[in-house]
Each structure stands twice: as C-alpha cells, then as structure tokens.
Design a protein around this ligand. Structure first.
Ligand SMILES: [Zn+2]
Length: 230
C-alpha cells in the first residue's frame, strides 16, 4: 500500500465559531440523533465543510477501504465512527467524524466499534476502538494488501475492519486490479495470476474474481499481440 493510502489524519475538522455555537445550542437542549438533520444554517455548513475538509485530509479516499471515490460522481458519506444512534453525545465531535464510501458506510451500519461501549469520555487513542480509526491508527499496521489487491487482516482490529465493512467484497478486489494495471501497465500480470491461488480466502465471490482476472489477462494479451503485429 502506498503512502497516500496509508494516511493518518492529524487534525480533525475545526468548526467555525458560528458552527460551534449552533452545535452548543443543540447540545444544551439535549442532543438526539435527529439533530444531525437540523436545518440550522450553521449545522448545514458544519456538515458541508467537514466533508470537504476530510475529503482532502483523507487524500480523497474512504477511511475503511482506502479507495478513491470522485466527489463529483458519488457523494462520500459523512461517517460517525462511533454510531450516532447509540452514542448521540459524540454526533458533532470532529474526532468522531470522517468520510467513507457509501458501500463501506452501509455495511458498517450501526455496529458498535468501541472496545468498551459504556465509557463516558471519547477515547484519546486507537486502543479504545475495535475498528481502524483514521485519526489514531496506521492502516498498514492492521491490514495488508496482498499483491496490492486483496485485504488481509494482520491484527484483530484489521480483521474487525475487514469483516465490518466487507472489505472482502469482490468488486473492491476488481477495482484494485484495475488500479494496479493502470499504474504498472501490465507488468504485474504475473503477480495478479498468482493471487488466484489464494483468492478464495480473501473474496466473497471467488468464481467472479477468477473470471474477472482471466478476462483482464485475455484482454491484455490480445492488446499486446495486436501491438506486436503492427
Ligand atoms: Zn470504502
């Protein structure tokens, strides 16, 4: 995995004075999950600015699968790392907010990610979380990309993240195959083929993955044969 993918966000989003005030007003009344959809101008701006800020700080990648999603095509979801329904008090806490692709976000759902769900204070480091926290944890300490393509958990936290966000989904592997071919211009073909021997343990639909890789290899060979004949 490259440095861009292996980011740790060092500064959470810093709300403006107006945004802080609007959030403090909601909190003073007793915060509830529905407040997230408040139409107050400063709450709306908090959410918009947070998404733009975190998109840049996360190198335009999803916090969990580390795949690039163009903001212009698919809106990245604002993601409550600790879910807002069970823990509304951290709903507007910048440390608890990042962005995730819609698919990882949907799979994660309302799953509890705290080691101790009864704590009062938001954890100050990664030890409080079962999931990789984009502000506390180094992704590559917990997850290895086998052949640059398949997600393998190196630690319980890595495995928890993979299981929670379904990082074994075959379309993610396919996306990474595409990415690697673009980056390496086919030089990694042999590497991709060797992955097929172990892909079964890493993807949810191994037949689909094998078929996909075979198609890519066939297409690559055809293109190169055509080039040689020119
Ligand atoms: Zn994702």
């Amino acid at each position: 995995m490259n440095e861009i993918e292996d980011f740790i966000v060092t500064e959470p989003y810093m709300p403006s004075e107006g945004e802080k005030k609007a959030i403090a007003e909601l909190e003073a009344k007793g915060i509830a999950p529905k407040n997230w959809n408040s139409k107050k101008k400063d709450v709306v701006s908090f959410k918009k600015n947070l998404r733009e800020d975190m998109y840049e700080k996360q190198n335009k990648l999803c916090a969990y699968c580390r795949i690039h999603v163009p903001l212009a095509c698919v809106p990245m979801h604002r993601e409550h790392i600790v879910h807002k329904d069970a823990h509304p008090k951290w709903m507007f806490l910048p440390q608890n907010l990042c962005i995730a692709c819609p698919v990882c976000n949907d799979y994660k759902g309302t799953k509890e990610v705290l080691v101790n769900k009864n704590i009062e204070e938001y954890p100050k480091d990664g030890r409080g979380f079962n999931i990789i926290h984009p502000m506390y944890d180094r992704y590559s300490d917990h997850i290895e990309l086998v052949g640059g393509i398949l997600y393998r958990g190196k630690t319980p936290k890595g495995r928890f993240t993979i299981d929670t966000c379904h990082l074994y989904r075959v379309d993610l592997a396919e996306e990474r195959v595409d990415q690697r071919i673009k980056e390496d211009k086919g030089e990694i073909m042999a590497g991709i083929i060797t992955l097929l021997s172990k892909s079964e343990e890493y993807v949810d639909d191994n037949m689909k993955f094998i078929q996909y890789v075979c198609d890519i290899v066939k297409k690559y060979k055809q293109e190169n044969v055509n080039d040689d004949n020119k």
